[in-house]
Design a protein around this ligand. Structure first.
Ligand SMILES: Nc1ncnc2c1ncn2[C@@H]1O[C@H](COP(=O)(O)OP(=O)(O)OP(=O)(O)O)[C@@H](O)[C@H]1O
Length: 309
């Protein structure tokens, strides 16, 4: 495991920010910490980085104890906080050069790497412009460029898409996903579930300092939505198909939605649906298994929590 915590807990006086967290992130995984404001994501990240001391429990990142071995950890773990501070009057190049110097990178080597990371983050052309004039999206990319400068094994990002417009957010998430190809382990936090859904291998849902659900997005959907499969069928003509499809084993409900039928089933009945449509003499135009969004999973989960309470 690259990141491993056991019983990790942080209290601020009477406030329990994180409680009994057991987290295990494997090498090369992209893991999303998800949860509403105040659910404990930032506190968890700060403990992983050794920037705040746990009240109880253990943390290991790349085998290091962040509190006792902060320097070894810092060499291999990159951190992008939710707002990165750069010198506005200095250019992107100068800002990176400054960081490289602080990190003790020899000048020649630093320049090669700076060129690489700026290129990679799509900032090569604006490298000589003052950062003060950069958009939030460009700043974030420069932040990631800075993180990559030290060739980290692990990258931790706190709300990386905060304040980005949807297009810039997608672009940035694509860049984060790209780190995986190099074997970098990524942990990121977000409250924008639909955004990170596509780039995370696994996600953990936080609620009031506790990890309440964890798994692959599809797994979570299965668990919370009770194994419901939703299938959309486009066929013509639609006449008589509702009854036929409704009679298939495993199909619980059929609804007409515009020019399509929407099925709820207890299993993936797409092959049976395809056969039934053709047997009815209709033509099959589309057959889609809908992936429920994480937002939906979340909403459903909290509904249940409220019901139980
Ligand atoms: N330094 C602190 N002192 C006192 N309480 C704190 C401190 N830092 C965090 N908390 C409390 O701990 C809880 C968890 O906060 P945390 O910032 O980890 O949540 P979060 O999920 O990252 O939320 P956000 O999305 O708002 O950053 C909150 O109730 C917060 O008020």
């Amino acid at each position: 495991m690259v990141i491993e915590t056991q019983g990790l807990t942080k209290r601020y006086g009477k406030v329990v920010a994180v409680e009994g967290l057991n987290l295990a992130v494997e090498a090369g995984e992209v893991y999303g910490l998800l949860g509403p404001n105040g659910s404990g994501k930032t506190t968890t990240i700060l403990m992983l980085l050794g920037l705040t001391e746990p009240t109880a429990g253990t943390v290991r990142v790349l085998g290091f104890d962040p509190v006792r071995e902060p320097l070894s950890l810092k060499k291999q773990v990159g951190y992008l906080p939710d707002s990165v501070g750069f010198y506005g009057e200095m250019t992107a190049w100068e800002n990176l050069a400054y960081i490289a110097r602080l990190n003790g990178l020899p000048k020649a080597e630093a320049e090669v790497r700076m060129r690489q990371v700026l290129e990679r983050m799509g900032l090569a052309e604006v490298a000589d412009r003052p950062v003060g004039a950069f958009s939030r999206g460009m700043r974030q990319r420069l932040g990631l460029a800075e993180v990559l400068l030290k060739e980290p094994k692990v990258v931790i990002l706190d709300e990386p898409t905060l304040g980005l417009d949807p297009e810039a957010a997608q672009e940035f998430l694509g860049m984060i996903r790209g780190l995986k190809a190099e074997g970098i382990t990524v942990l990121l936090s977000s409250h924008l579930l639909h955004q990170v859904q596509a780039i995370c291998d696994r996600v953990g849902l936080f609620h009031r300092g506790k990890l309440v659900l964890e798994g692959r997005v599809e797994e979570l959907a299965q668990r919370v939505l009770g194994g419901a499969y939703r299938i959309r069928v486009g066929a013509s003509p639609l006449e008589g198909l509702s009854e036929r499809l409704g009679a298939l084993p495993g199909v619980a409900r059929v609804q007409l939605e515009g020019t399509e039928l929407r099925l709820e089933a207890t299993q993936d009945v797409r092959p049976q649906v395809a056969r039934a449509v053709l047997e009815a003499g209709a033509s099959l135009n589309s057959l889609v298994l809908e992936q429920p969004s994480l937002d939906e999973v979340y909403a459903r989960y909290f509904q249940e929590v409220r019901h139980a309470a």
